[in-house]
Unconditional design. Structure first.
Lengths: 181, 457
């Protein structure tokens, strides 16, 4: 499959495993921050020039699948720079962000992590997510999808320089997106 | 329950400003709305720019009918029901795209983009050539109209022409978008579902009493972009009159723009239930991204001396909100009594510089839609306001729309009926009052007469 065949030597295989381990740990830590509402620390995982984008998906015929998702410059559900992400975090902390007060209970499950490109400075990583949310007494939302990140190496860890979030929904089956992915 | 006129009048009281809560959850009322409002009224389908080339289609919703809006080879537009004349299957399952024909995947009946039935498998073998194809095309929507690029349809062949239905109020609402330039829809219609009754979503667009609380968390410099509105010096704060938070602390609101301030407003009431409510264009609450278009001779002529002062939110009855702030158009599509789909169309002048266009698109994503810093908190209120009408005791209470009741002097000038003042609930009340007239099943003439504004509300 993808990368395995490139790693011919034993050392290369070990290095690939270590890198994979580091990336997974990064994602698990990120998920833990979100699920425990530690949004300032979560925000610090993003580079100053980060772009956070969730396109709109449309049911299209097989012939037009190249137009399934909207692209940057077109409409989206999220189209944020870091300043707006910081604004969203500040909004959550006002005590008047009613969609999140009482706060949602979320669980971020991150799986199928694949490093699809590595130029030494930046990794391109695909992963799947299942974000489960309950609110109040009876509201339940399940968002499943994939993410494509650009992870920049920084201080022995990573920073998210670009995140594209692809939901498995066209008409969004929830009243809002007041949580992060 | 049955629906005699007197009973419908009991549901909405213009005199008391009270709404019977049953209209938000009752299944029988919802079914009657489908028949008497959504099967008769002109309804927004899509914008001209979304279907430019022959065969381009957009799937719209009229009541519970799925409708294919299709550009024809001669440049005209047809709208037809997305259901096969044979056994009812959908003939198109994509939301939008380009088609050379529409094929029913059940038995293979195929239709041209004009809806004509072209092919029937086994026409000679099984039907012995006795099936008259000309009689079994896709059903055309009774009337399709195009007002300055906004395409509407109605199931009622006897409905007045679109421009007449819109009247001065509806046309003014659409003009505040259409006159800004050569408008086109940005690809990507945001669609999402809120567990609320559609009327609660509609009446909110006139509600300038809620932003200060509902959207209190959004009015931070890092959340909403810098605008001329924000740069204005803080307007007078509203009187909070001892309102306290759950913690017991006094409620302290930021003082800029539309939040925590009072400003001059104007409500326009129109025939058939159309209305516009919100700030005057000269008040501190007015926000529009680059309002310079209002100074063009074309805009001045179209808006008129009264229309040019109107800066609020227009609703084309029943469910089309045209907001000029960015500009965008939002549909509130009823799915069942307690579920409403929200669709956002974002429009830009196609001649704008790339940077300006990008800024507007980014800002649209940031403000409205399910992740929008304003709209994400709306759904919470609307869903709960709907849910709390289910209990027998809660349902006996009325929804109150009596702010300023009896004080709304209606001024008729320039073909528009308007009320001036501060924040009020006249726009909402007019919508519900008109809703009740529609629900009586009046003739078009009677309906127009019943929804012609009087002297006071």
């Amino acid at each position: 499959m993808s990368n395995e065949s490139q790693f011919v030597t034993h050392d290369e295989r070990i290095a690939a495993m270590l890198l994979h381990y580091e990336v997974e740990r990064f994602y698990y830590d990120e998920a833990a921050l979100l699920d425990s509402h530690r949004y300032d620390e979560w925000l610090a995982l993003f580079s100053y020039d980060a772009h956070y984008f969730m396109p709109i998906r449309r049911t299209r015929t097989q012939r037009e699948m190249d137009k399934e998702f909207t692209k940057p410059g077109e409409m989206a559900f999220f189209n944020d720079d870091k300043m707006l992400l910081a604004g969203r975090v500040a909004k959550l902390k006002t005590g008047r962000s009613w969609a999140e007060d009482p706060p949602s209970r979320t669980r971020h499950l991150i799986t199928n992590v694949r490093i699809v490109k590595d130029d030494g400075r930046t990794l391109e990583v695909e992963s799947n997510f299942h974000v489960y949310r309950t609110r109040l007494n009876s509201e339940e939302t399940s968002w499943i999808g994939s993410r494509r990140d650009l992870l920049r190496r920084a201080d022995g860890s990573f920073q998210v320089a670009d995140r594209k979030i692809f939901l498995e929904q066209t008409v969004l089956l929830s009243r809002n997106l007041s949580n992060f992915f | 329950m049955s629906f005699e006129t007197a009973q419908i009048d009991d549901l909405v009281s213009l005199e008391r400003g009270e709404i019977d809560r049953r209209i938000y959850t009752d299944r029988a009322i919802f079914e009657l709305e489908m028949e008497r409002i959504f099967a008769r009224s002109w309804l927004f389908l899509c914008h001209d720019s979304q279907i430019r080339e022959p065969g381009d289609f957009f799937q719209a919703v009229m009541g519970r009918d799925n409708v294919l809006v299709v550009r024809q080879k001669d440049g005209s537009i047809k709208a037809m029901l997305n259901t096969c004349a044979h056994r009812g299957n959908a003939v198109c399952r994509a939301e939008e795209g380009n088609a050379k024909s529409f094929l029913c995947t059940y038995h293979g009946w195929s239709y041209g983009i004009d809806g004509r039935l072209n092919g029937v498998p086994g026409l000679n073998t099984f039907y012995k050539g006795e099936l008259d194809k000309s009689r079994h095309g896709l059903t055309q929507v009774a009337q399709v109209g195009n007002y300055r690029g906004f395409i509407f349809g109605t199931h009622d062949a006897s409905a007045p022409p679109l421009e007449e239905f819109l009247g001065t109020t509806g046309r003014l609402g659409l003009d505040t978008i259409a006159l800004r330039g050569e408008m086109e829809v940005v690809p990507g219609i945001q669609k999402f579902v809120i567990e609320c009754n559609w009327k609660i979503a509609v009446d909110n667009l006139f509600d300038w009493y809620h932003p200060q609380i509902t959207h209190a968390s959004a009015f931070l410099p890092s959340v909403l972009p810098s605008t001329s509105m924000r740069e204005q010096k803080a307007a007078e704060k509203i009187d909070l009159n001892g309102v306290t938070m759950q913690s017991g602390a006094g409620l302290d609101l930021p003082g800029n723009g539309i939040i925590g301030s009072k400003f001059d407003q104007v409500v326009v009431l129109g025939e058939y239930g159309h209305a516009i409510g919100g700030p005057t264009t000269s008040s501190s609450g007015f926000f529009e991204f680059d309002p310079s278009w209002r100074e063009t001779p074309r805009a001045k002529a179209a808006l008129g001396s009264v229309g040019c002062k109107v800066g609020g939110h227009p609703n084309i009855f029943p469910t089309t909100w045209a907001t000029a702030a960015l500009p965008q158009l939002s549909l509130r599509i009823p799915r069942d009594p307690t579920h409403t789909e929200i669709w956002w169309f974002t429009l830009v002048d196609r001649n704008l510089p790339r940077e300006t266009r990008d800024f507007m698109v980014t800002t649209a994503c940031r403000i409205f839609g399910p992740a929008g810093v304003l709209e994400q908190d709306d759904g919470e209120n609307w869903a709960q306001a709907t849910a709390q009408t289910r209990g027998i005791a809660s349902r006996r209470m009325k929804h109150l729309l009596n702010m300023g009741l009896g004080r709304g002097q209606i001024i008729k000038e320039g073909g528009l009926a308007r009320i001036e003042g501060l924040t009020s609930e006249y726009g909402q009340l007019w919508t519900y009052y008109s809703w009740a007239q529609w629900m009586k099943g009046l003739s078009w003439n009677e309906l127009k007469k019943a929804t012609t504004p009087g002297d006071c509300i």
